[in-house]
Design a protein. Structure first.
Ligand SMILES: Cc1ncc(COP(=O)(O)O)c(C=O)c1O
Length: 303
């Protein structure tokens, strides 16, 4: 079946959409995007759009920072996404990728011309890393900063930084990279936030340390507080704390909640997925398919 995409207000065949080689998005990375999941529940034979409203709110905030304008509200984008998931007959866990981009074809890397467009496409996505336990290494590339290429805007251009870190460490056999900020604090992964368990508290770097404020991160913090009764602390984290934590794990839409068991060739904790990560993963899996009443508001049934 031909894949359908949402393009400029309509659901159309993917093959009917083309992007000019002259567009600013292609030439300069003047675009911003989101990554959203819809979880398939076998039991109920239902697909649940997950945290869609939160993701579209963030997309619109990115657009605001980047002087991009699209004529849709978050609610309208949620409705179009449900329509698209139906049009693609999605009956498996699916990744949804909205991109807003500067379509203008003039030469300058300018954010001033208002020829902004939106595409949403979907693709099946089960496990992102394919592993339950990850070995990571700190990249020599530092994280882009809010003072130069703000990670908060989820600009496509910023993902060159992620790709360079991945190239460096994955080619050496590690599963994922860790970024430090310019000041040398632990920041995040190339596409995921990071958590530490120390003295039974959950610690994560603050938004002022150049992280993307992850939607999964916010949920994990909430679940740790409300479901596990943990104290959650946002503070800068030194590199060596990576090695000496009880547990380390990632959170992200693609990565979900995944344990980090080794950093820079040093074993973390027991060297296996820890208790906190395991419990949060279990709760998260239920929340994703609307199985916990309190968090049902985060899911939108598609079928
Ligand atoms: C750099 C970066 N950090 C963190 C995340 C996790 O954010 P979220 O949980 O909203 O997917 C992502 C994914 O979008 C990301 O690209």
């Amino acid at each position: 079946m031909t894949q359908k995409v949402f393009y400029q207000g309509e659901i159309v065949d993917e093959s009917s959409v083309s992007i000019s080689i002259r567009s600013k998005a292609f030439n300069y990375g003047l675009a911003c995007f989101e990554g959203i999941r819809a979880y398939w529940d076998d039991e109920e034979e239902q697909l649940y759009g997950f945290c869609m409203k939160e993701h579209y709110d963030r997309l619109l905030e990115s657009c605001k920072c980047l002087n991009m304008k699209i004529p849709y509200t978050s609610e309208e984008l949620c409705d179009y996404t449900v329509e698209l998931l139906k049009a693609n007959n999605c009956k498996t866990t699916t990744y949804i990728r909205p991109i807003v981009y500067k379509g203008a074809e003039t030469l300058k890397p300018s954010l001033m011309e208002m020829d902004d467009r939106i595409i949403i496409y979907t693709q099946p996505l089960d496990s992102y890393s394919g592993k339950d336990e990850l070995r990571v290494a700190v990249s020599s590339w530092r994280r882009i900063s809010d003072t130069s290429l703000p990670p908060r805007t989820k600009a496509t251009a910023g993902y060159l930084n992620s790709a360079l870190a991945g190239l460096e460490v994955i080619s050496k056999g590690y599963d994922e990279a860790i970024f430090l900020t310019n000041a040398g604090f632990v920041c995040e992964g190339p596409g995921e936030n990071i958590f530490f368990v120390k003295n039974d508290k959950l610690i994560t770097p603050p938004p002022s340390d150049d992280i993307l404020e992850g939607i999964t991160r916010a949920l994990v913090m909430k679940l740790a507080k409300e479901e596990l009764g943990m104290e959650v602390v946002e503070r800068s984290v030194a590199r060596t704390e990576l090695y000496n934590s009880q547990e380390v794990f990632f959170s992200g839409t693609a990565m979900e909640v995944t344990a980090v068991v080794e950093a820079d060739d040093r074993r973390i904790g027991t060297g296996h997925e820890g208790e906190v990560c395991r419990k949060l993963k279990e709760i998260f899996a239920k929340v994703g398919v609307g199985k916990i009443d309190k968090y049902k508001y985060l899911t939108i049934p598609v079928w």
